[in-house]
Design a protein around this ligand. Structure first.
Ligand code: CAA
Ligand code: FAD
Length: 382
């Protein structure tokens, strides 16, 4: 057992922390208010290797391991969760799947621009009628005589959908086969037949742009298939295993920011002649916050370490995501309570942490879906 980080891991953490503190934190409140997509900051993250942390240098990335990814994500999320959402989709949901299942040509064409931050990637699984029940998708890809596919259908809630150049899309090629009838495609949004809906107004992570997308007779060439026909659902699930480590890290970043702000506040704010942090009731909250934060980080590092070892980490990623997202929501809730009036005010970032924390319990599999994944594994029952 070694609880220390390597020099490389500390280096990327330091790079992420510097950009987070110097560039992202000062602009976070403005982006939250306007909902504007933070394109310049995303480019800067790309220039510093943070859009393709686990992507090998030959495809434009930083060539680091999953633990380095966790550390960097935590720093960015602590400054602004919306930036870390965009970062997590580019890193885990977009690059990761293509690196694992893509051809050499696909890796060069699609991974490089996203890892370098010159373009934005997206991942399209969810549909208006199917979120948790992902195999109930209706988006259809029909094979043509020349080996190409004609794609028709809608995908909803697509993070970075309004700005993405490339999208990893999941569509049904053989509805009779259920999960085994789903195929993954690489979509170029500049091509005919691709349409974007309006950007969704959201409770939190407001600078991360989300929209519905629609395919109307979009033609995917045979070389646009990612992996093999019919293997799309397994690709999606494998990618989400990794993605859940990213969302756990995001939750830890939000929770750490809320915790640190609270620690400072309980020392300085006075009531009944003493700092509010001296009240036992406040101290108990601080102790619980600290325990949940540490447990979340250790569980997330465990999942990342397993991934780095090339071992299966599905259950551990769900344990990490469930624990960290519920911890983030609880910690942000307590942070608002301890800041009381100031926690409810837009003059401090506490209410933003509270709004941002909620999404971590919803996307990349709700808390109920994480419990389902964990319990199916533990009991062998379904
Ligand atoms: N890795 C590899 N294969 C997997 C797998 C995994 N983690 N999980 C399941 N599979 C395989 C199974 O082995 C099975 O394969 P066979 O056909 O060979 O037996 C196949 O996939 C179907 O598996 P299930 O029967 O378990 O499928 P299910 O219909 O019961 O669904 C589920 C399982 C876990 C509920 C899944 O549907 C799920 O994760 N739902 C949540 C969807 C989700 O997380 N969406 C996120 C969208 S992206 C997003 O949200 C991005 C963002 O916010 C930024
Ligand atoms: P539903 O699946 O309809 O679930 C409704 C409720 O029922 C939930 O509480 C759920 O936990 C519960 N439930 C469902 N099934 C079960 C069960 N078997 N047991 C117990 N309870 C159950 N998707 C993408 O593909 N790409 C993206 O980039 C993306 N980004 C997103 C960004 C945002 C801001 C949001 C809000 C969503 C995003 N999503 C994305 C979609 C997201 O993954 C889904 O919202 C999520 O998976 C839940 O699906 P749903 O909203 O359809 O809820």
């Amino acid at each position: 057992m070694d609880f220390g980080y390597t020099e490389e891991q500390l280096m990327i953490q330091e790079v992420a922390r510097r950009i987070a503190q110097e560039k992202i934190a000062p602009s976070a409140e403005g982006f939250d208010r306007s909902g504007e997509f933070p394109l310049d900051n995303i480019r800067l993250l790309g220039e510093n290797g943070l859009m393709g942390i686990e992507v090998p240098a030959e495809y434009g990335g930083a060539g680091m391991d999953p633990v380095a990814y966790v550390l960097a994500m935590v720093e960015i999320a602590a400054a602004d969760a919306a930036h870390s959402t965009i970062m997590s989709v580019n890193n885990s949901l977009f690059c990761n799947g293509i690196l694992t299942h893509g051809t050499e040509e696909q890796k060069q064409a699609y991974v490089r621009p996203i890892a370098e931050g010159t373009q934005i990637g997206a991942f399209a699984l969810t549909e208006p009628q199917s979120g948790s029940d992902a195999t109930a998708m209706r988006c259809r890809a029909v094979k043509q005589g020349d080996g190409s596919y004609l794609i028709n259908g809608k995908k909803s809630w697509i993070t970075s959908g309004p700005v993405a150049k490339y999208i990893v899309l999941f569509a049904m090629t053989d509805p009779d086969k259920g999960a085994r009838g789903i195929t993954a495609f690489l979509v170029d949004t500049a091509r005919d037949g691709f349409h974007r809906g309006k950007t969704e107004p959201k409770l939190g992570i407001r600078a991360s742009a989300t929209c519905e997308i629609e395919f109307q007779d979009y033609v995917a060439r045979a070389e646009d298939v990612l992996g093999e026909e019919g293997h799309g659902f397994k690709i999606a699930m494998g990618v989400l295993d990794a993605g859940r480590i990213g969302i756990a890290s995001q939750a830890i970043g939000i929770a750490r920011a809320a915790y640190q702000a609270t620690l400072a506040y309980v020392r300085e704010r006075k009531a009944f002649g003493q700092p509010i942090g001296a009240f036992q009731m406040t101290q108990a909250k601080i102790a619980d916050m600290k325990c949940k934060l540490d447990a979340s980080l250790l569980l997330t590092l465990r999942a990342a370490w397993l991934k780095g070892q090339g071992r299966r980490f599905t259950t551990e990623a769900s344990v990490a995501k469930l624990t960290a997202s519920e911890a983030a929501m609880w910690i942000a809730h307590q942070a608002v309570q301890i800041h009381a009036g100031m926690g409810y005010s837009k003059e401090m970032p506490i209410e933003r942490y509270f709004r941002d924390a909620k999404i971590t319990e919803i996307y990349e599999g709700t808390s109920e879906i994480q419990r389902l994944v964990i319990a199916r594994h533990e009991t062998g029952l379904r």
